[in-house]
Design a protein around this ligand. Structure first.
Ligand code: HGY
Ligand code: MN
Ligand code: MN
Ligand code: MN
Length: 392
């Protein structure tokens, strides 16, 4: 970031910042960036591409002596812990700047040099509140937040367009379900006498899949969300069990405990809440039927976000001018699309208006080493970022 002419620092949460004041240091700042952490066994572009595009565009301006033309301060932020893989929460870095505490107590899997050890290790909310409040940005000092990100979905590839403007981001909930039964000898306990949490969890997970494929067959109108909202759910409702662990995890022991994660997303917040309410009841019913117990922890919740129309139209013109610079005239309109994936922009929307620009990614594959982009699309993304900054 320094060789792009930026003043740099790392904050207490572990976010990396690079800032240039531009022509008017008192103006509200544009924040631009994405996350530097990844999921396990990830690709190379999720998060990183947004950070590198922002730094590269500023570096071009710096090399051409144009940073002083920026009409307002611009701050690049590489957020930590957007994926929520390490502490079982998410948006820890961007949430700190936006002043939103993690939804629940943080699970710290290992006590070794935790990045924010003074706060998270004791897991004391008072200390976390103290630190989060120190990090929180003053909304009056921020003009907006823009994030460039790979689409992580198939739409841009289907429509044959390198860039797209994000209309909104689906809401998301993370649950942790712990099912407890009676641990026993695999060879001696008759099937009719088992209280096996593994089979209960398996039944719950299969149920989850069919409920999320056909919500209208499961959810009844209960005043919480309208019939139309339940109908519209199936277009965006997705549910994933990504992690499962069992204790004592030995092939000849009927498990005593099984724990699994649930990740539920939908564009409609009321619909998502109705799904979680109904699903929770069905999880408990399966436990009763199988004489096992369970605890459902609500680990994280982020409501759906609508991107700011003004920022979005500026991003659309920036994408348009980038593609014109590359290909001469372009016929089609820059597409707009929803994001099923979550982004730091969800946390930053609690602080300021947000806009996002998507870059096509091969096969829509992400959260996998197969994640890939076309060089020309990355070039277009960089040019679009540059054009956005030049027309701030
Ligand atoms: O899970 C997500 O949607 C994002 O990759 N954090
Ligand atoms: Mn991700
Ligand atoms: Mn991401
Ligand atoms: Mn034995």
């Amino acid at each position: 970031m320094e060789d792009a002419g930026l003043r740099t620092w790392v904050d207490q949460m572990g976010n990396v910042h690079g800032r240039v004041e531009g022509a008017n240091a008192n103006a509200e700042a544009l924040l631009v960036g994405s996350h530097m952490d990844t999921v396990v066994d990830a690709g190379k572009f999720d998060g990183a591409l947004g950070i590198v595009s922002a730094i590269s565009a500023l570096k071009v301006m710096h090399v051409n002596g144009k940073l002083q033309n920026l009409t307002r301060p611009v701050e690049v932020i590489a957020f930590c812990d957007e994926e929520g893989v390490r502490f079982q929460t998410t948006f820890l870095g961007s949430g700190a700047l936006a002043g939103i505490l993690p939804a629940t107590t943080l699970e710290i899997p290992d006590k070794r040099n935790v990045t924010v050890k003074d706060v998270l290790k004791e897991n004391s909310i008072e200390a976390a509140e103290e630190m989060f409040l120190q990090l929180k940005y003053d909304p009056k000092s921020v003009w907006g937040y823009v994030e460039l990100h790979i689409e992580q979905g198939p739409v841009l590839e289907q429509v044959g367009f390198p860039l797209g403007v994000v209309k909104g981001i689906a809401g998301q909930t993370r649950l942790k379900v712990t099912v407890r039964g009676s641990q026993g000898h695999a060879g001696t306990v008759p099937m009719s006498m088992r209280q096996d949490p593994m089979v209960a969890a398996a039944e719950q997970i299969v149920l989850m899949e069919s409920l999320c494929k056909h919500p209208e067959e499961y959810l009844s109108y209960d005043g919480r969300c309208s019939g139309s909202s339940i109908k519209s759910l199936s277009s965006s409702l997705v549910c994933t069990v990504g992690e499962i662990s069992t204790w004592p995890s030995a092939s000849n022991v009927i498990p005593g405990q099984v724990t699994y994660t649930v990740d539920i997303r939908a564009i409609d917040d009321l619909g998502r809440e109705a799904v979680i309410y109904d699903l929770s009841n069905r999880i408990y019913q399966i436990c009763d039927k199988r004489s096992v117990s369970c605890v459902i922890e609500h680990k994280h919740d982020a409501g759906a976000v609508i991107c700011d129309p003004e920022l979005s139209s500026q991003l659309k013109s920036a994408a348009y001018s980038a593609l014109k610079r590359m290909e001469g005239d372009i016929q089609d309109e820059v597409p707009t699309l929803m994001s099923g994936a979550g982004h730091d922009a969800m946390a930053m929307s609690h602080l300021t208006k947000v806009g996002m620009l998507f870059v096509r990614c091969r096969g829509g594959i992400s959260h996998s080493p197969q994640e890939d982009v076309l060089d020309d699309d990355v070039w277009a993304a960089g040019l679009a970022t540059l054009s956005f900054l030049e027309n701030l």
